[in-house]
Each structure stands twice: as structure tokens, then as C-alpha cells.
Design a protein around this ligand. Structure first.
Ligand SMILES: [Zn+2]
Ligand SMILES: [Zn+2]
Length: 131
């Protein structure tokens, strides 16, 4: 096993930048997992918009929304979190982007947000947030 590890190190030396990025990603994933867990402990598993109820089987579809849209703002009392189902969460972000029309969001982006399927939008939003 040790030989294997040494072998891998020699074959492709990890790039410093890659390492930093990977580290940051791990941190972020860890943080997201943590606030999600905290939020799920704090709040009943119900969508705050449509009232849909969740259990362990479909809990993946219940997401943690940040009320101020700042994912770095995670007060331990949960005041910045809201549990939303995927659909309502997507809605919430579309509305937020609409409100910012003309400032941060370009015309093209707004156009694609209003025409794409909700899940595609969500993916896009999540991706953008994470970048
Ligand atoms: Zn909902
Ligand atoms: Zn959100």
C-alpha cells in the first residue's frame, strides 16, 4: 500500500494550485455539509414555501437556502437559513436575480433563467455560487 502511494506521487506530482483549489473545495464541501446538518437539526423537514414534507427517503430534495443569499453567513442560531424544496429554492433565486436586473445579471443570463427548466437553472445557479 505504501509503495502504491509513493508510486502515485512520483508519476504525477500534484500541482500547487490544484492542491490549493482542492483544499478550498474540501473546505467548502465540509462547511456546506455542516450548515446543512445544522439546519436540518434546527428546523422541521418541511419546505418553507410550499409546505411539502420530507423524510429520509427524499431529504436530498430539501435544500438549505440562505436568506441573505450569502453562503458564508451561517449564524449558529439558523436565522439566515430556510429549508426549501428544490423547486421553491430555484424560484427564490430566480426572483432574487430578477430583482437585480440591470446590475449584476446580464440580459442573456436573465433570459436563460426564465426559459430553462427549473432543474437546469438550479444546477447553473449552484455552479455559479460555488465558483
Ligand atoms: Zn417547496
Ligand atoms: Zn438559496
Amino acid at each position: 500500500m505504501d509503495d502504491d502511494m509513493a508510486d502515485r506521487k512520483n508519476r504525477d506530482k500534484p500541482d500547487k494550485l490544484d492542491e490549493v483549489i482542492a483544499g478550498a473545495r474540501r473546505q467548502r464541501e465540509l462547511r456546506e455539509q455542516t450548515y446543512r446538518e445544522q439546519a436540518l437539526k434546527l428546523y422541521p423537514w418541511v419546505c418553507g414555501r410550499c409546505g411539502r414534507e420530507f423524510d429520509r427517503k427524499n431529504l436530498r430534495e430539501l435544500t438549505v437556502h440562505h436568506r441573505d443569499h450569502n453562503h458564508d453567513n451561517n449564524p449558529p442560531d439558523g436565522s439566515n437559513w430556510e429549508l426549501l424544496c428544490l423547486y421553491c429554492h430555484d424560484n427564490e433565486h430566480s426572483r432574487y436575480l430578477d430583482n437585480q436586473a440591470g446590475s449584476m445579471v446580464t440580459k442573456d443570463e436573465r433570459h436563460s433563467i426564465s426559459t430553462h427548466r427549473p432543474f437546469a437553472d438550479l444546477q447553473k445557479l449552484l455552479k455559479k455560487k460555488n465558483d
